[in-house]
Design a protein around this ligand. Structure first.
Ligand code: SAM
Length: 291
């Protein structure tokens, strides 16, 4: 009889056998709830034709469930002690490859091409390390990879930012970046008791599906630069944030004024009151002013 890695007793036995404890600095909280794991795999609609990227396999609880459904799994793990454990716990799954290292340092387009082929679409599935949820989402969205969906566990509070309404506290750069590239849907609410050890926060599984941007710009990176600059001091006006970004010389002030006028945006407004379309209009107007 096969006992899943995620089985609470087996998870604890694996950690004990290697003398390991969950490491806070790596955001380690291992999933021990099989219903949640099956829910994640179902949400990602994984079939035996799918290439899956996993971030942070840990001892392999989620990896195992993905491996049973997918064609191939490529899992990135920063903790070398975990990489050692995975060599044992996943030894019967010949469609899994573990890459040792920091996901944020990886050249994903290159690795995906090498491992899965030039035209591969991927699905991304993970129980994310919460301390770097935002940088990982930014990396996945902003690097040039083709993905069918991204299904990831994160802190509930961060999940709420992805769909936040204009003008709310949760609304910001993350909301706008996700909105540009994807549709975000809260798929599963997950209580702290689903993990060993239990995190101090509530969690949620979010499903991102790719979106053809409503307003396509030729250099999205520059648009995000403008958005980031506009939000750099949330409590300050757009005008003040722009002066900080571009400088305070008279001729620059004139250019900013002209751009704001063209975009019909009040300089005294705060960025949190602007939606993606307005910020894109502003970005295009700034470019016309060669800013
Ligand atoms: N997937 C396992 C599970 O669901 O039980 C473990 C999830 S745990 C929340 C996060 C995992 O990400 C840990 O294994 C941790 O070591 C790993 N991790 C943390 N920072 C990482 C990074 N920068 N790159 C790759 N993996 C990382």
């Amino acid at each position: 009889e096969i006992i899943d890695i995620a089985n609470p007793t087996r998870t604890q036995a694996i950690l004990n056998a290697y003398g390991l404890h969950a490491k806070k600095k790596f955001g380690q909280n291992f999933l021990t709830d099989l219903d949640v794991l099956h829910g994640i795999v179902d949400t990602a609609d994984i079939t035996n034709e799918d290439y899956v990227i996993e971030i942070g396999p840990g001892i392999g609880s989620l990896t195992e469930q993905i491996a049973r459904a997918a064609k191939k799994v490529l899992a990135f793990e920063i903790d070398t002690q975990m990489v050692k454990v995975l060599g044992e716990t996943l030894k019967d799954y010949d469609n899994v490859k573990v890459i040792s290292g920091d996901i944020l340092e990886m050249n994903l387009p290159q690795i995906i091409t090498e491992e899965f082929g030039e035209t591969a679409h991927v699905k991304v599935v993970a129980n994310l390390p919460y301390y770097i949820t935002t940088p990982i989402l930014m990396q996945l969205l902003r690097t040039n990879i083709t993905w069918d969906n991204i299904v990831v566990m994160m802190q509930r509070e961060v999940a709420d930012r992805l769909n936040a309404e204009v003008g709310t506290k949760a609304y910001g750069v993350l909301t706008l970046t996700v909105q540009y590239f994807a549709n975000a849907q809260l798929a599963i609410e997950v209580p702290a008791t689903a993990f060993n050890p239990a995190p101090k926060v509530e969690s949620a599984v979010v499903k991102l599906t790719p979106l053809v941007p409503q307003v396509i710009v030729d250099q999205p990176e520059r648009l995000f630069g403008v958005i980031k600059g506009s939000f750099s001091h949330r409590r300050k006006s757009l005008w003040n944030n722009m002066l900080q970004t571009y400088g305070k010389d008279t001729y620059i002030k004139e250019k900013i004024t002209a751009a704001l006028k063209q975009a019909t945006i009040d300089p005294s407004i705060r960025a949190e009151r602007l939606d993606l379309t307005q910020l894109t209009t502003l970005y295009l107007a700034l470019r016309e002013q060669e800013l």
